[in-house]
Design a protein around this ligand. Structure first.
Ligand code: FAD
Ligand code: DLZ
Ligand code: SF4
Length: 520
């Protein structure tokens, strides 16, 4: 009797724990495309094409390597609503053909929702006399247990401290004397240059775009037919869908973009969605790239002298530090985390998040337009434009969460939720970030060229053509004083607020009210 290994859509890697001890001559793999996974949020069409095409390519490469694979396609009879129903249907068919599995193995799902489902399979499969084994996810550098051990007894969980531990544990950018290479742990201060007035623009290299093959074209047809009402443009699909393609994209990034990654990490430009970012999160999150290998390759660019320390350290910190840290936070606080709303924000998500033509605020229009086109926007755009607006306008965190989970090709709840609820909205009362990332128009004007083409005036604070970020920022600070004023990182803002006279405060409130009354 053989074993069946289930591989989920974001587990596309042959080093997956569920595949350990796999016997090619006896065992079998099952991969399932199911309706529930396509519809738990209305995923961006490019995200759907990416994941379904990558799953199909992975199954094909497994077959080529001699694995026996059963693959259930979304538009086939066997594909049912959920993983559970589809799995049961599959086992029943095999039983009716006198083919039985004695054991089913799976790697823990990356998201709470699916992990709970997997946990129910032990009892379910007993009825079929099948043992179910659920293995730990080995695609992360810090286990859930290690993270909760690290967090134990700490009043505040600081990413920077966690990151240093990860550097030491994985021996990345470390000198022999256990000190950081280059002398400093963190070069963030060197990473805040703007690009808004630069000739350097001409030098941003062209992006690598692999050609869509027959499998991808078939998935594009499927998504066009079945998910036409979902958000996002399907045209100009540009993601790699194989391990080799993702690796090529990474190598091009390391050679052509990494040297400038640090310096311009926070910069934003109209019509330049990617700048010097790596655009690889979607590949790492589904298993096509390995996080430790990426960090080592980036480190070697520094050791070879091809990229400066601020760029390499900054890039590695995102993967070894932030990525692992947000996952740790997710598992430490789920399931309650998803419903947090510390700032009691209840306003509904404005329509323009789904249709950029419905706003005249150019920064929001441009970032949402890029999101619609690419299923991508870079970190500062997510945090300081769409996130910042949702924060200061008091948009309901659960609605914002659903938006971020839908619109980006790299979005899975374990990584999206802490970034949205914790980092962008401070809805978790500071479990992830030490302060809310609230900012007025002057930050956006400093870091981008969006304000040059905006109907609003970024220099104006309150008048009818004033940039809404300016008065909404102070309205936010004032509105949330009881919760935030003792935060030492906001001391400067609250000190300023104290000096506002009553008329100024009234004008801020009135402009904000007026803005909100027009917001749909
Ligand atoms: P780069 O800027 O080139 O960074 C390199 C890599 O570092 C990324 O590929 C990613 O794997 C990792 N990384 C960087 N920042 C973070 C972070 N804050 N958390 C976790 N990993 C990070 N990232 C996702 O992968 N999925 C999401 O659903 C997601 N949702 C987000 C929602 C909000 C509100 C915010 C503020 C951030 C979110 N991020 C998310 C984090 C980050 O914005 C993306 O990882 C990054 O923009 C991906 O683009 P890139 O590959 O070009 O990254
Ligand atoms: C995101 C996604 C989608 C859209 N479709 C599928 C699918 O049909 N089959 C599958 O195995 N995985 C899919 N995924 C990824 C899963 O949602 C992902 O594996 C879980 O979210 C992990 O918890
Ligand atoms: Fe955005 Fe204000 Fe600048 Fe317009 S003026 S682009 S709304 S920051």
């Amino acid at each position: 009797m053989s074993k069946l290994v289930i591989i989920l859509g974001d587990q596309l890697n042959t080093k997956l724990s569920a595949l350990e001890e796999f016997k090619k001559d006896e065992d079998e793999i099952l991969m399932m495309e199911v309706w529930d996974e396509s519809s738990y949020v209305k995923h961006h069409k490019k995200k759907l094409v990416f994941i379904l095409s990558a799953m199909r390519h992975f199954a094909k490469s497994l077959t080529r390597e001699g694995f026996k694979v059963s693959y259930i396609k979304l538009n086939s009879q066997e594909s049912l609503k959920s993983f559970t129903e589809t799995l049961v249907g599959f086992i029943e068919t095999r039983h009716s053909q006198n083919e039985a599995f004695h054991k089913i193995i799976s790697t823990e799902a990356s998201e709470y929702r699916v992990l709970e489902m997997q946990k129910s399979w032990t009892e379910l499969l007993e009825k079929f006399n099948i043992i179910f084994e659920l293995r730990e996810d080995n695609r992360f550098l810090c286990t859930k247990e290690e993270f909760s051990d690290w967090a134990k007894g700490k009043k505040n969980l600081l990413m920077e401290n966690f990151y240093r531990e990860m550097r030491k544990k994985n021996n990345i950018l470390m000198a022999d004397n256990k000190k950081p290479l280059g002398g400093k742990w963190n070069y963030d201060h060197d990473n805040r240059e703007s690009l808004s007035n630069k000739k350097t623009l001409n030098k941003i290299p062209e992006r690598f775009i692999p050609e869509a093959d027959e499998i991808t074209r078939e998935v594009i047809e499927l998504v066009t037919e079945k998910f036409s009402n979902y958000f996002g443009d399907i045209e100009h699909f540009y993601f790699a869908v194989t391990k080799e393609g993702a690796r090529k994209a990474l190598e091009i990034f390391l050679q052509e973009y990494l040297p400038n990654f640090g310096k311009y990490q926070d910069a934003m430009l109209e019509n330049e969605a990617f700048l010097y970012h790596s655009v690889i999160s979607q590949y790492i999150n589904i298993g096509l790239l390995d996080p430790l290998e990426i960090c080592k390759l980036a480190e070697s660019e520094y050791l070879k002298g091809s990229a400066p320390i601020n760029a390499v350290e900054g890039f590695i910190r995102q993967i070894l530090g932030w990525r692992e840290f947000v996952r740790g936070i997710y598992w430490l606080y789920m399931p309650d985390y998803v419903s947090s709303n510390a700032l009691e924000a209840h306003r509904q998500l404005p329509e323009f998040y789904w249709d950029p033509n419905k706003t005249e605020m150019n920064c929001l229009k441009q970032v949402i337009k890029q999101t619609k086109e690419n299923a991508y926007s870079h970190h500062i755009q997510r945090l300081m434009i769409t996130g910042n607006f949702a924060l200061i306008a008091g948009i309901n965190p659960q609605e914002v969460h659903e938006w971020y989970l839908s619109v980006y090709a790299d979005a899975y709840e374990w990584v999206e939720l802490p970034n949205t609820l914790g980092m962008a909205l401070y809805a978790d009362a500071g479990k992830l970030a030490t302060k809310p990332y609230a900012a007025s128009g002057s930050y956006i004007n400093k870091m981008s060229n969006f304000c040059k083409n905006c109907k609003y005036n970024v220099k104006e604070k309150i008048s009818s053509d004033a940039c809404p970020f300016n008065y909404l920022y102070w309205d936010f600070i004032h509105r949330n004083a009881s919760t935030l004023k003792n935060n030492p990182r906001l001391a400067f803002a609250y000190k300023n607020l104290e000096n506002f006279d009553a008329d100024k405060l009234t004008a801020i409130k009135e402009s904000s009210e007026k803005f909100f009354s027009r917001l749909k």
